[in-house]
Design a protein. Structure first.
Length: 72
């Protein structure tokens, strides 16, 4: 696995077993692999879209003017 791309030195790994080791492996995969980064970026974009939608809904509830660029 290409877990060390872009890193100057390898991350020190404590010896863990069971669930802790599985969790560590998943975190390494999502943090350092290109596929994991892309998946995280997609989730981050989705979260931003949800936040913008909630802001628009709150403004509409309060009766404020909604920016046209926020709500096409």
């Amino acid at each position: 696995m290409a877990g060390r791309l872009g890193k100057a030195s390898p991350k020190p790994k404590p010896s863990k077993r069971g669930v802790a080791a599985d969790f560590e492996a998943v975190m390494d995969y999502t943090n350092y692999s290109p596929r994991g980064r892309n998946e995280n970026d997609h989730l981050r974009r989705t979260l931003k879209e949800i936040e913008e939608t909630v802001k628009i809904m709150l403004k509409k509830r309060e009766g404020q003017e909604v920016d046209q660029k926020m709500n096409p």
